[in-house]
Design a protein around this ligand. Structure first.
Ligand SMILES: [Zn+2]
Ligand SMILES: [Zn+2]
Length: 267
C-alpha cells in the first residue's frame, strides 16, 4: 500500500492565510517541510478528502486525478470538503471516456453535494457509517467514530488490503465506543493528527503532541500498534506553535514521525 500525504496541515494550513506568527513566518521564509496543505491519496486511486487545496496539490505533486476511482470523506469541515470543486470532474471540463469517482461519506457529506453544482446529481455516491465495513476498490474500509464534529458521523478510516492502515485526521481523543471497537485490530501504519502541537487548547476535537503521545501509547498497549508499525503525524496547525523540526524533537523520541506534504509511505 502506498500512502501519499498530499497535505499535512490543519484548517488554517501553514503558513496560515493571513496570520502572523513565528511558525507561519518561519514557513514563509524557509518553505520545505514547513509548508502544509491538506489531504492524502492511497495507491494513486483512493483519495482521502477533497478540500480546497486539491487543485494546487495536483499541480505541485503531478497527480493524475483521472486515476482516482473513489473519494472517502472524513467529515464536512471546509478544509476536508469542497463539494463545488468536483464540478471540474464533469463536462465541459473533462473529455473522452471519464467516469467521475464515487464519493463515500456520511449523510451531511452526501446531502451537501445536492445543488452544489449543475451536475452534482450525477455524482456516484454511497453512504458509509461508523463501525460498518465496506468493500471499496478491493480495499476493506472500516470507518470508526472520531470525537470531532459531533453533529455528524465524523470518521477516521481503517483501510485494508494486504496491509492494514489507520487514517486518523480530526480525531480528538477517542471515546469509549471507538476504543472498544479497536480491540483486536493490528495496524501496519497509522497517520494521526497533531493539530495543536505544543500549544494544547481547551478544544477537545483535536490532539496536541501530549495527547497524541497518549493515544499512540494506548494503541501500543492494546496491541493495535507494534514496534514495527509506522506512526506518522498530519493536520498540523500554525497555532500549534511548532516548526517541523520542533515537532520532530518532541515526537521522534516517542517513535512518531512527523509527516510533511509530499511524504510517501510504502507499507
Ligand atoms: Zn481538519
Ligand atoms: Zn475538522
Amino acid at each position: 500500500m502506498r500512502i501519499l500525504l498530499t497535505g499535512t496541515g490543519a484548517a488554517d494550513g501553514i503558513p496560515a492565510f493571513a496570520a502572523e506568527s513565528r511558525v507561519s513566518n518561519f514557513a514563509r521564509e524557509h518553505g520545505g517541510k514547513d509548508i502544509r496543505t491538506r489531504a492524502a491519496v492511497i495507491d494513486d486511486q483512493l483519495r482521502l478528502d477533497f478540500g480546497p487545496d486539491t487543485f494546487a496539490q495536483v499541480q505541485k505533486l503531478n497527480l493524475h486525478v483521472r486515476d482516482w476511482k473513489a473519494i472517502l470523506f472524513t467529515h464536512s469541515h471546509d478544509d476536508h470538503y469542497a463539494p463545488k470543486e468536483l464540478q471540474y470532474l464533469f463536462p465541459p471540463f473533462v473529455n473522452g471516456e471519464f467516469k467521475p469517482p464515487t464519493v463515500y461519506g456520511n449523510a451531511n457529506i452526501l446531502d451537501g453535494f445536492e445543488g452544489s453544482f449543475g451536475q452534482a446529481s450525477h455524482l456516484p455516491r454511497t453512504l458509509i457509517k461508523s463501525f460498518e465495513s465496506s468493500k471499496i476498490l478491493g480495499y476493506t474500509v472500516t470507518p470508526i467514530l472520531a470525537y470531532h464534529k459531533l453533529d455528524e458521523d465524523s470518521m477516521n478510516f481503517i483501510i485494508q488490503s494486504d496491509k492494514t492502515f489507520l487514517y486518523a485526521t480530526d480525531t480528538g481523543v477517542y471515546q469509549d465506543a471507538t476504543w472498544e471497537f479497536l480491540q483486536g485490530w493490528k495496524f501496519d501504519a497509522a497517520v494521526i493528527e497533531c493539530t495543536d502541537g505544543v500549544r494544547p487548547t481547551e478544544y477537545w476535537g483535536h490532539l496536541s503532541c501530549d495527547e497524541l503521545i497518549g493515544m499512540v501509547g494506548r494503541l501500543r498497549t492494546m496491541g493495535c500498534l507494534s514496534e514495527r508499525s509506522r506512526v506518522v503525524t498530519t493536520h498540523h496547525s500554525a497555532a500549534g506553535m511548532a516548526t517541523h523540526a520542533e515537532l520532530e524533537a518532541c515526537l521522534n523520541p516517542h517513535g512518531i514521525e512527523v509527516g510533511f506534504d509530499g511524504m510517501l509511505m510504502e507499507i
